[in-house]
Design a protein. Structure first.
Length: 550
């Protein structure tokens, strides 16, 4: 990495202020005197043209994030000899350093921090970007206001060539459990990380404890957190957001409504001013001196200098208010009026679902579907295999289509034609999914046949042997090669079906009725081999000869 004093692009490096798995962060100065936080990316992160092209697309998306709670991307050069990303420089300690030096946050400061961090994550989500790496070291404190950094750059971690190196594990105690299971990241994953970070801010301890990474990740997967003396005003929200099941976590908008039910915005000092007021020109500022521990100090002879605010005419202020032209110490912005009443459709305060109901429903649904596969295979093996094959192909094609749509949205934002484009591309993804589906079906069928041959040694009833084979088939479909693209959409369907308790019980009832009908048909009519004339081990077939040998 370049040492301080050298130039990277149009920026002169002043001092190293941080380092992580993706790169080294320097305080840098542009040619116009503006100071930025310049992240110089490590070679293994961006080692070829494909990775550089990916970074260019992602930076284009990240530049759309605009919020005083986010250190937005200012500049980037993925193609230079030293690739970098420049963001707004925030002269403050990270949450981790602040808690270590001054202790945990409490009272109104904690509530303000939790609400501000929620606003930051919402701003990132509003442009179709996921942060993916919310943790205390990625939250800076500007006064008492949180500022989120490194948003979205963890998207680079999706490259499978990097994940095998272990570089992108991150901080295990702040990753959502579904990420540790290998599922796709969603906004719910950022909600979990938000809650873990707020818990650290309030207690000074990681909510899932310390120790070996595997032990911490195991506690995260099981949802075994320790919140200690977390204050009552935020404890219910943090507990709800830390549940292992992403479907039962409250949305950020509802959490923010609970933290600031009256949407009070009291910007009485520079650390809590709106973006229009906090954006200043630094041409006349004394240059900061960065100590080796990353803290900013000013020269002893430095005197406060006047700061020119951005042109207020360029900022949209609320109608009927007076724009601010100057700000004196202790003065309040002229347009700080009482907040308006809550509009129609605004987020309401979040309330937890009935204890355990969604989890029970999802367990019953998944177990019922597994039993349905086993009973269906025993009742009509050939027809069941055909239905399972069509369903598996459709679900895997849906997984490919949905993933491509998410990637497009992440790169360039939502478009009105996203739905039609996904529909048009579905035939192509059906073709893409065919090879993996055939491999999964052949693997599962072969394993079921092996188990069936093994059961011949015990001479069990035919129906019982087929039920066992069907159970093995269901297990292999769920965990066999290429099954992730089958598990993910099935889980999504189950989560959707159980978001409302009545719909969840209706879904459980439908699966139960279909399973009961299959069991009744099996007991009364026996096994149906339609559309073929009989069992595959009938006289004159290969399996029949093997069965006779046994």
């Amino acid at each position: 990495m370049p040492p301080s004093g050298l130039r990277v692009g149009d920026y002169r490096l002043l001092a190293k202020i941080g380092e992580g798995g993706m790169g080294v962060v320097h305080l840098a100065q542009a040619r116009d005197g503006r100071r930025v936080a310049l992240k110089v990316l490590r070679p293994h992160i961006i080692g070829d043209d494909e990775a550089r092209e990916r970074l260019a697309r992602e930076v284009a998306s990240l530049r759309r994030v605009r919020s005083p709670r986010v250190a937005e991307v200012i500049d980037a050069d993925p193609w230079g000899p030293t690739p970098f990303v420049a963001t707004r420089y925030v002269p403050g300690l990270s949450l981790h350093e602040h808690v270590r030096e001054e202790g945990p946050l409490a009272g109104e400061d904690l509530r303000y921090f939790a609400a501000g961090l929620a606003e930051a994550v919402l701003a990132v989500h509003s442009v179709g970007v996921l942060h993916r790496d919310i943790k205390p070291s990625n939250v800076l404190l500007e006064g008492r206001a949180p500022v989120l950094i490194d948003f979205g750059l963890a998207r680079l971690a999706d490259d499978p060539r990097l994940t095998v190196t272990g570089w992108l594990l991150g901080t295990p105690g702040y990753l959502a459990p579904e990420i540790l299971y290998g599922d796709d990241a969603t906004t719910a994953a950022d909600v979990h990380s938000w809650a873990a970070t707020v818990a650290f801010a309030a207690t000074g301890r990681p909510p899932f404890g310390r120790g070996p990474a595997m032990a911490v990740m195991d506690r995260v997967r099981r949802g075994e957190h320790e919140l200690g003396d977390l204050p009552d005003e935020v404890r219910p929200l943090v507990e709800a957001a830390l549940v292992a099941d992403p479907a039962t976590r409250p949305p950020l908008a509802a959490l923010l409504a609970d933290l600031r039910p009256r949407r009070e915005r009291e910007w009485a000092d520079v650390s809590t001013m709106p973006l229009a007021l906090a954006t200043v020109r630094h041409d006349d500022d004394p240059t900061d001196v960065i100590a080796t521990d990353g803290q900013a100090t000013a020269p002893d002879d430095a005197q406060p200098t006047a700061r020119t605010l951005v042109d207020p005419a360029a900022v949209d202020a609320p109608s009927g208010t007076t724009p601010l032209t100057s700000l004196q110490p202790g003065a309040r912005a002229p347009y700080m009026q009482p907040p308006p009443p809550r509009p129609e459709g605004a987020p309401t305060r979040w309330r937890p679902p009935p204890n355990g109901t969604p989890k029970v429903q999802r367990g019953l649904l998944l177990g019922g579907m597994s039993a349905l596969v086993a009973l269906g295979f025993a009742t009509a093996p050939y027809l069941a295999l055909a239905v399972i094959g069509v369903a598996a192909l459709g679900l895997r094609a849906y997984s490919w289509t949905a993933e491509a749509a998410r990637d497009r949205t992440w790169r360039r934002g939502a478009r009105w034609y996203d739905g039609p484009l996904a529909a048009i591309s579905t035939p192509w993804y059906l073709l893409v999914a065919t090879g993996g589906t055939l491999m999964l079906l052949l693997w599962s069928a072969a394993l079921a046949c092996l188990v069936g041959l093994a059961t011949l040694l015990f001479r069990p009833p035919l129906e019982g042997a087929l039920v066992v084979m069907g159970a093995v088939l269901a297990f292999s479909l769920w965990w066999g090669p290429g099954s992730r693209r089958l598990r993910s959409p099935v889980r999504s369907l189950v989560l959707t079906a159980t978001r409302a308790a009545p719909l969840g019980w209706v879904s459980v009832g439908i699966v139960g009725v279909v399973g009961a009908l299959c069991a009744y048909a099996l007991m009364t009519s026996g096994v149906s081999w339609d559309p073929l004339p009989g069992a595959p081990w009938r006289q004159g077939t290969l399996l029949g000869d093997v069965a006779n040998w046994f």
